[in-house]
Unconditional design. Structure first.
Length: 136
């Protein structure tokens, strides 16, 4: 299984924010299907909030067509979310996208509408700094 170009960038960025990467990749099996989400992580918060668990699908958007890559990422996200709802419903799923792609492509009206209608959670990361810019 090939890792995304910025897989380790996002992994490092999560660790910098205090997340413990528990799965690389996060393997799930549901309904006879095996899937691999790029990362699984957890973070312990103040006692009253407890532990939060996330799964992160990393995308680089370095191909020739952003809309084609968005179609693929969007479909994967929905499939992974449906699977997690069955086997790990408390784990939140995020799609990690590079900041330049977010600024130039993800703010387009059609893409924003798709994100809202599909309730995609996003992590915006800066590849050069290996940091997370924003959680949406």
């Amino acid at each position: 299984m090939a890792k995304d170009l910025f897989h380790n960038v996002v992994k490092t960025a999560l660790q910098k924010e205090g997340w413990t990467v528990t799965n690389d990749p996060y393997e799930i099996r549901v309904g006879g299907v095996e899937m691999y989400i790029d990362l699984g992580a957890e973070k312990l918060f103040a006692a009253e909030r407890g532990e939060q668990r996330i799964a992160v699908e990393v995308k680089s958007f370095v191909g020739a067509s952003n809309i084609s890559e968005f179609h693929t990422a969007h479909g994967q996200y929905l499939d992974y979310r449906y699977a997690l709802e069955e086997i790990d419903p408390k784990r939140l799923l995020y799609l990690a996208v590079p900041a330049p792609t977010y600024r130039e492509f993800f703010r387009l009206k059609f893409v924003q509408t798709a994100i809202q209608r599909s309730q995609l959670r996003l992590i915006i990361y800066e590849p050069k700094e290996e940091s997370i810019v924003q959680w949406l």
